[in-house]
Ligand binder design. Structure first.
Ligand code: F6R
Length: 605
């Protein structure tokens, strides 16, 4: 959840670390800090809130040195205060940490008994104190860090810096990602390659349990058993690391607008050159599969819920969907013929990763639907299918969601093909339908100005309900999530038919009800539910196609989308949901790309 970076440089490192932290700010922005070693002297600066505050502090209180570590925090243990901000320091040891040390209370008590007192409420300070203790026992910095690592339980990515050591940095990874960057006479550490992109494109991804001793001459990597490990150096594509706003006011606006191109690219990648047949890896095989399990968190989970409809309709197979944090603890009944699909934009979400590890030896096959190809989930699933959305920087997922949907739809078609519920011609027809997706999505994006005006009215509400039936139901859940997470307006999504079983009690003239309803087989039923809302003075915003809007008659507000094939409606209807949330958030003046209390990559349980 936090972002960490380290540089053994040939110039002043504070500006470089700040730049890298800017690229990691999506991982958390409760506080930020940097520590450097300058001619042997360890020093640090820390500030609460966004990176800009640290940047300001460094203007007044510069930090010199060519070796340094930095951190941007999403608070877990301890409030977001300067004292609790990283780097944590004990004597001559400074540490930055991403993750949670589960046994920190026991270690803390042990250290207290030895007379070593903590100044903060964090688990990270324990790491610094323990390492300092090992140093005072006569160990070298590398041995002291290794001895500390051996005592830690939980998930972490760590970077250590030591007083008196201008040419030494130690990193470690267990459960949280960490990459080593190779420069010319410089070495780096970072939570991801994007952070290191301004400095290098040569990256080594550490494996689980690895730790690394860095000097300017290179990296010495050890595995969890302390043996020397050879890990490949790969060149990352710099186009995968571009993180500018491209002229848009927010990353979210840019990412919403990118969707037609993203879907086009994903189609080109996962179909054969004719565009008439699927081109998926051989391991993606549902022939002997007896059920499909879809596991994810947040927006990915709503994509899974949409996909359930596709798998059931197209492949006539039993599907279960679950939130990763629930799945792993509820003793799911597994089948050795099941295919388990894990959906994650970042590929690092702790709960989804843990759910994968929990079931991978008990099911026939695991498939990852991921955006970051080097992520843990990508590496640990039997086969990982990229959604090819490119870097998604805005905390609220948009292009990640629709690209996940597309890949899941392709998987459902493959399942239908493998199980014989779809003929070759039917698959071809469906793929022909998919070819219209980017163009239809562009048409939906063209409603931007109209949606902006409606969002201004929506932004006045205290609470908003979203309703949908069939695949529009999970979409209503996603639409509500988008609105609440970036505009802070309370919103809930319901299956239209569920309204009268309780939520209808909330309806009055102050309550906008957004109805997502293409003119499909379920439309009339949804319209009846809409009438029930209007009869109670609820304000209906209907999102539909021309036929649907005409049939529905007068409503408070409406958004006209193109008429779209039922199969791809979820992707198209995601667009007005995203734009409504975006414009409502603009009206409310919230921090659209970095909403309060959130972080992009949730690497803690
Ligand atoms: C909401 C959002 C989150 C993520 C969730 C899972 O807009 O982005 O709900 O979907 O944290 O993240 P990933 O997909 O990285 O596993």
């Amino acid at each position: 959840m936090c972002g960490i970076v380290g540089v053994l440089g040939t110039h002043e490192v504070a500006p470089l670390i700040l730049e890298s932290l800017k690229r990691l700010e999506y991982r958390g922005y409760d506080s930020a800090g940097i520590a450097t070693v300058n001619n042997g002297t360890l020093d640090r600066r820390r500030a609460v809130g966004k990176l800009i505050n640290l940047s300001d502090l460094l203007v007044h209180e510069p930090l010199t040195g060519k070796s340094g570590i930095g951190h941007t925090r999403w608070a877990t243990h301890g409030a977001p205060t300067v004292t609790n901000a990283h780097p944590h320091r004990s004597g001559g040891v400074a540490v930055v940490h991403n993750g949670i040390i589960e046994n920190f209370k026991a270690l803390r008590a042990e250290l207290a008994a030895a007379g070593l007192v903590h100044e903060t409420g964090t688990d990270t300070e324990t790491i610094a104190i323990l390492t300092r203790l090992h140093l005072t026992q006569g160990m070298t910095p590398a041995k002291a860090a290794a001895a500390t690592l051996a005592r830690l339980e939980g998930a972490f990515a760590l970077a250590f810096l030591f007083e008196g050591e201008d040419d030494l940095m130690i990193g470690a990874r267990k459960g949280s990602p960490l990459a080593v960057g190779h420069g010319d006479g410089e070495m780096y550490l970072g939570s991801d390659a994007i952070a290191l992109a301004p400095m290098t494109d040569r990256i080594t991804y550490l494996e689980e349990g690895d730790w690394v001793v860095l000097t300017r001459a290179g990296a010495e990597i050890f595995d969890a058993d302390g043996r020397r490990a050879n890990r490949a150096v790969s060149r990352i594509r710099l186009d995968q690391t571009q993180v500018d706003k491209g002229g848009y006011r927010h990353f979210m606006a840019k990412e919403i607008a990118e969707q037609p191109a993203v879907l086009q690219a994903a189609l080109a990648f996962h179909l054969d050159p004719s565009g008439q047949a699927l081109s998926l890896p051989d391991e993606v095989d549902f022939s002997d599969c007896d059920r499909i399990t879809l596991v994810a968190c947040g927006t990915g989970f709503y994509a899974a819920q949409v996909a359930k409809y596709w798998f059931e309709q197209l492949a006539r197979i039993q599907v279960e969907t679950d939130i990763a944090s629930e799945y792993r603890y509820r003793q799911p009944v597994l089948s050795d013929k099941a295919v388990a699909i894990f959906i994650s934009q970042s590929g690092e979400t702790a709960d989804t990763l843990a759910a994968l590890r929990h079931v991978r030896d008990q099911v026939a096959r695991t498939i990852g639907v991921i955006n970051v190809p080097t992520s843990s989930i990508a590496r640990e699933t039997d086969v990982a299918l990229p959604i090819l959305a490119g870097p998604e920087i805005s905390v609220a997922s948009t292009k990640g969601f629709t690209a996940q949907l597309l890949v899941l739809l392709l998987l459902a078609l493959k399942a239908g093909q493998d199980r014989g519920t779809l003929s070759a011609d039917q698959v071809k027809d469906h793929l022909a339908t998919l070819a219209s997706l980017p163009g239809l999505m562009r048409q939906a994006l063209d409603r931007n100005e109209e949606i902006d005006k409606i969002a201004r009215k929506l932004a006045e509400a205290r609470d908003v309900l979203y309703l949908g039936r069939g695949m529009m139901y999970p979409l209503a859940l996603e639409a509500a999530l988008k609105l609440k997470e970036i505009s802070y307006i309370h919103a809930e999504g319901y299956a239209s038919g569920e309204l009268k079983h309780g939520p209808i009690a909330l309806i009055d003239k102050t309550m906008p009800v957004v109805v997502l309803a293409p003119r499909d087989a379920l439309f009339e039923k949804t319209v009846s539910n809409m009438q029930e809302v209007m009869a109670r003075q609820g304000q209906v915003l209907l999102i539909s196609d021309p036929a649907g809007l005409e049939e529905a008659g007068e409503v408070w507000q409406s958004i006209t989308l193109p008429t779209v094939p039922e199969l791809i409606a979820p992707m198209i209807y995601a667009v007005p949901a995203q734009l409504l949330a975006y414009h409502a958030a603009m009206v409310r003046g919230t921090d659209v790309d970095q909403p309060r209390n959130l972080a992009k990559s949730v690497t803690v349980e």
